[in-house]
Ligand binder design. Structure first.
Ligand SMILES: *Cc1c(COP(=O)(O)O)cnc(C)c1O
Length: 356
C-alpha cells in the first residue's frame, strides 16, 4: 500500500444547515482523494487535498474518447454517532473490472480503500445525521493523456469526491411509474453494459428525458439484441415477486452487477424467500402482472436501496402493480438492508466496515 499525503483546507465550507433539503449530489465536501497512474510506473502519489476544480487540456483524451468509469457507495451514521461503510471493497473490485473492459489500468484497490477511510476520517462531520441521509461517495477514474490519436491513454487520474445526500423517501417508499423502452437500447452483448462507464449513461439520457416528458420517472431497458428480455431499470437492477418467490434477470454481460442486487439476493434467502436468477421475457412478465401472479416489482441500487414500481407502460398500454403501495417483500428487504447499513440490524454477513 502506498503512503497517503494529506493537505487540509484552510477555508472549510459551512455544513448544510437544513438536512431535509440536501437532495442528491448538489453539494460537495471540503476534501477529495486523488491518485495518478502512468504506464510502466503504476499508481503513484495518493493524496487528500482541498476539494476544487481540475485544469484540463482541451485535447485530454477523456473529453474525446470517454475512458471514464465511476462507482457509487455511501457512508452511514449510526444512532450512536459512529460511521460505517457498506461493502466498499466490492465497489473497488467492480471498478477494476470496469477498467479492464475499457482498456484502463486495474485500480490499486488497497490504496483506494485506505484513501477512502482516511477521507471519511477527515470529512466525518460532513456525514449527515437525519434519518435516511448519508454521505454519497463517488470514486471515478479518467484518462488524462493529451493527444487526439485513438489509443489507450498512458496516464490516468483516480479521484474520490463526496456529497451529503438526503433521504430518498420523505413520504415513505412511494412506488414509481416506469416506461418500458422499446426503441433505444442501453447496452448489447459484448459491449460495456456490465461496466459502470460514463458512456452507458450518455447513451441512456435521451430515453430518460422522453420517458420523463410522458410522466414516467425511469426507463425499463430491454436487451439490446431482440428487445424481448428485461435487463434493468434506469440505474437500478430489477426484481419481481410472485408472492414469496423473487425473480431477477440473470447477469449476462449487458446488465450491471449491482452490489445492492447481490446483497438483496443473499438477504432474501436468509429471510426465507425463494430467489431465482434467469432470463425474463417482458411478454411473460406482462402476462403475469395482468394475471395477478406478480405481486410486486422493484428496483435495487445504492442511491435508493429499493424503489417499488407501481406502474409500467409499454407501447401505450398501462399496468399497475401492488395497488400504489409498497408490498411486504420490498418493505421487509428495505428495512433489513437499510437496518444493516445504519447499524440497527446485526450484520451477520460481514458487510459493514466500521470507521468509528
Ligand atoms: C450502479 C448501477 C446499478 C446499481 O448498482 P449498485 O451497486 O447496487 O448501486 C444498477 N444499474 C446500473 C446501470 C448502474 O449503473
Amino acid at each position: 500500500m502506498l503512503d497517503i499525503n494529506v493537505t487540509l483546507t484552510t477555508a472549510p465550507k459551512a455544513k448544510p444547515a437544513d438536512e431535509t433539503k440536501l437532495g442528491f449530489g448538489k453539494i460537495f465536501t471540503d476534501h477529495m482523494f486523488l491518485m495518478n497512474y502512468e504506464k510502466g510506473k503504476g499508481w503513484f502519489d495518493p493524496r487528500i487535498v482541498p476539494y476544487g476544480p481540475f485544469t484540463m487540456d482541451p485535447a485530454c483524451t477523456v473529453l474525446h474518447y470517454g475512458q471514464a468509469i465511476f462507482e457509487g457507495t455511501k457512508c452511514y451514521r449510526r444512532a450512536d454517532g459512529g460511521l460505517q461503510l457498506f461493502r466498499p471493497e466490492e465497489n473497488f473490485a467492480r471498478m477494476s473490472r470496469s477498467a479492464e473492459r475499457m482498456g484502463m489500468p486495474a485500480l490499486d484497490e488497497e490504496t483506494a480503500l485506505a484513501g477512502l477511510k482516511k477521507l471519511m476520517e477527515i470529512e466525518a462531520d460532513w456525514v449527515p445525521h437525519q434519518d435516511g441521509t448519508s454521505l454519497y461517495i463517488r470514486p471515478t477514474m479518467i484518462s488524462t493523456d493529451v493527444m487526439l490519436g485513438v489509443h489507450a491513454s498512458r496516464t490516468y487520474l483516480f479521484f474520490i469526491i463526496c456529497s451529503p445526500v438526503g433521504s430518498y423517501y420523505k413520504e415513505g417508499l412511494k412506488p414509481v411509474g416506469i416506461y418500458v423502452e422499446d426503441e433505444y437500447v442501453r447496452a448489447v452483448r459484448g459491449g460495456t453494459g456490465f461496466t459502470k462507464c460514463a458512456g452507458n449513461y450518455a447513451a441512456s439520457i435521451l430515453a430518460g428525458e422522453i420517458a420523463e416528458e410522458k410522466g414516467y420517472s425511469q426507463v425499463l431497458w430491454l436487451d439490446g439484441v431482440e428487445q424481448k428480455y428485461v435487463e434493468e431499470v434506469g440505474s437500478m437492477n430489477m426484481m419481481f415477486a410472485y408472492g414469496r418467490h423473487i425473480v431477477t434477470p440473470a447477469l449476462n454481460g449487458s446488465i450491471l452487477p449491482g452490489i445492492t442486487r447481490k446483497s438483496i439476493l443473499t438477504l432474501a434467502q436468509q429471510l426465507g424467500y425463494e430467489v431465482e436468477e434467469k432470463r425474463l421475457a417482458i411478454a411473460d412478465i406482462w402476462a403475469d402482472i395482468k394475471a395477478g401472479k406478480i405481486t410486486e416489482a422493484f428496483g435495487t441500487g445504492t442511491a435508493a436501496v429499493i424503489s417499488p414500481v407501481g406502474e409500467l407502460c409499454m407501447k401505450g398500454e398501462k399496468l399497475s402493480i401492488g395497488g400504489g403501495k409498497i408490498g411486504p417483500v420490498a418493505q421487509n428487504l428495505y428495512d433489513t438492508l437499510t437496518g444493516i447499513q445504519y447499524g440497527r440490524v446485526p450484520d451477520e454477513n460481514g458487510w459493514i466496515v466500521k470507521l468509528s
